[in-house]
Design a protein around this ligand. Structure first.
Ligand code: GLU
Length: 602
């Protein structure tokens, strides 16, 4: 139980918040929403994210002389305010950096980690001996991984930044305190989560003021988060990992703050203070592969993004897609996606626990062998089998490995940002708390949600076979799909891009590259174009506009599609001749994003 002074404080905060978020304040009286621009062209640096406040904050940092890393951290911290259901200090992510002064692409793995004391049957309901249903796992303490986001921000600033963590947090803290105007997306995401949010006292009090989602056009303030950011600014990330915040995070995980009438089982988790104390980001070399003269750098373990995008590109590179009909080129995109997902399911897990054959998966010879499965005008039966990485020669002579089915239980949440500065440094950063709303649990009085990232492990069968590279293990990082990607041409940046969307992240990045490089689209067209997400299953989840445009064309080849309203909410920056930057955000998905450049082109 919390001390009663805390309860009193909490009650006061709830009352203040309830007032703040239910009174309709005219937008002009608070920080008005900056304009949303989907495509911005110019020079001197650029920022693009899903949110206009966050983009503006990043742009201000660049204009004040900060570099790409400074701006990326400030933008991410702001997304923790305005996109709290997708990102924040309670989550994790992957940060990819291009250093213009050295030409190096390097990455930080800031993935959440399983507690050291997590037992093998952590996700099993003791009452039934069976795993909890996936939806019950999602809203729980057991799904919470040790968060990596704050450590990522500090590590990125230490390696590449010029600013302190304290000053990069300041604009976001101010935004949390002053408030932002609730848009349709925030309102809808809250409404979609209302039933589970209402079952956790801390979450209900923060995000359902007066018992309902904040209305569109109202002002949403999060003074608890402002205080948390200021506490971190004053004391550094140590306050989160070993100081005042640590026992509160642990308590939330071990004793989920459910309401007395909660119906969720909300199984408790196993995180203890030494897990937080022991958390480390990992500096990692990126994955590297080539695609039609571009050097493609992606995220390696614990994300499957780099190897899966890279393998699919290598397979697609076998064909002259640019000179093919839509029907034939899309057929190969769909099949390449399926084949690379088959290998992802079979081979990919945290590289510290599993021997991931990265070099094989990214080898052109292996891609040639995999491409043997693609028939010119007939879709493979799905799920396609994984390839054999032990013995291949690119000559269609190697038998496949066993068929794998990919759970694909990641949510469709997450957020992504792309930044470049006047020196030419580039940051591509994807961060998440897993599902929209994460575990559903706000750390009481601290204003941020905890992730449910451990559900990215294989958690819905028990026992999980030893052969599953993604089985839960203490200290392991669950397999991710996040795919922050940077392409260089002759050592210079050509394109940086990334997306949210669970396992569809991989195909969104892949399809945007296909659209841009092979299908003759500009980067803004490549982003706006309708998406289809081939992940080795059938029917292939696709946007309605994709099905309308290509469904009939691809049916004779045996492709079947299932409609979903939208896939991904990507961001990208393209680097043109003469320093011309084209920063792009979504024109419509997730309500439209926001791109900005330091010096707009006339
Ligand atoms: N947990 C997912 C991953 O790491 C991201 C969450 C999502 O996009 O829904 O790939």
């Amino acid at each position: 139980m919390r001390p009663s002074s805390r309860e009193v404080l909490c009650a006061a905060a709830v009352a203040a918040l309830t007032l703040a978020a239910t009174i309709q304040v005219p937008a002009e009286a608070v920080v008005p929403e900056p304009p949303k621009v989907a495509t911005a062209r110019g020079s001197g640096g650029a920022v693009t994210s899903v949110d206009p406040y966050a983009t503006q904050i990043g742009l201000d940092v660049l204009k004040a002389g900060g570099n790409a890393t400074d701006a990326a951290v400030a933008t991410a911290a702001a997304l923790g305010v305005t996109e709290p259901y997708s990102a924040g200090v309670g989550g994790g992510g992957f940060f990819v950096h291009y250093d213009a002064s050295t030409g190096a692409v390097e990455t930080i793995d800031g993935r959440e980690t399983a507690p050291m004391g997590m037992p093998e049957d952590a996700f099993v309901n003791p009452a039934t001996g069976q795993p909890y249903s996936f939806s019950d796992q999602v809203s729980s303490g057991v799904s919470v991984g040790v968060p990596g986001t704050l450590a990522t921000w500090q590590r990125a600033l230490d390696r590449w930044g010029t600013d302190t963590l304290a000053s990069t947090l300041r604009p976001a803290a101010d935004l949390a305190r002053e408030g932002f105007v609730v848009d349709q997306t925030f309102h809808q995401q809250t409404a979609d989560n209302q039933s589970r949010f209402s079952q956790f006292t801390s979450t209900r009090d923060l995000f359902l003021p007066g018992g309902a989602p904040p209305p569109v056009g109202s002002t949403f303030r999060n003074p608890d988060l402002a205080d948390t950011y200021e506490l971190i600014a004053a004391q550094g990330p140590a306050v989160f990992y070993r100081g005042e915040l640590a026992p509160e995070i642990v308590e939330t995980v071990q004793d989920p703050p459910t309401t007395p009438d909660a119906t969720l089982p909300a199984p408790p988790g196993y995180m203890v203070r030494s897990d937080l104390r022991g958390y480390r980001t990992l500096d990692r070399a990126p994955t590297h592969s080539g695609y039609r003269g571009y050097d493609v750098y992606g995220m390696r373990s614990s994300s499957s993004g780099g190897t899966t995008v890279g393998e699919a590109l290598n397979i697609m590179e076998r064909y002259d897609l640019a000179s093919m009909s839509d029907q034939d080129a899309l057929h190969r995109y769909l099949e390449a996606g399926a084949l690379s997902f088959a290998d992802r399911g079979r081979y990919f897990g945290d590289e510290r626990f599993v021997d991931v054959p990265v070099a094989d998966l990214l080898s052109d010879t292996y891609a040639a062998e995999r491409a043997c499965q693609i028939k010119p005008n007939r879709a493979m039966k799905k799920p396609a089998a994984a390839g054999s990485v032990l013995n291949y020669d690119g000559k269609c002579s190697t038998p496949n490995a066993a068929t794998t089915r990919d759970g694909g239980t990641e949510g469709l949440s997450t957020t992504n940002l792309t930044v470049t500065d006047r020196w030419g440094d580039v940051v591509e950063y994807t961060l998440t708390i897993e599902q929209t709303g994460g575990s559903g649990m706000v750390v009481p009085d601290r204003g941020f949600l905890l992730n449910n990232e451990l559900t990215d492990f294989t958690t819905t069968v028990f026992p999980v076979p030893e052969s599953d590279p993604n089985r839960p293990e203490p200290g392991k990082r669950p397999r991710s799909s996040m795919s922050p990607t940077i392409l260089l041409k002759d050592g210079q940046p050509f394109l940086a891009l990334g997306s949210p969307g669970g396992s569809t992240i991989i195909t969104t990045v892949l399809q945007m590259l296909f659209n841009r490089i092979d299908r003759g689209m500009t980067i803004d067209q490549a982003m706006a174009a309708p998406r289809s997400s081939p992940r080795n299953n059938t029917p292939v989840t696709s946007e309605p506009a994709f099905i309308a445009a290509y469904g009939k064309l691809l049916k004779p080849y045996g492709h079947e599609f299932a409609s979903t309203p939208e896939i991904g909410a990507a961001t990208a920056i393209e680097f043109g001749p003469g320093g011309l930057l084209t920063a792009v955000a979504e024109p419509t998905r997730r309500g439209g994003g926001s791109a900005a450049v330091v010096a707009p082109a006339p």
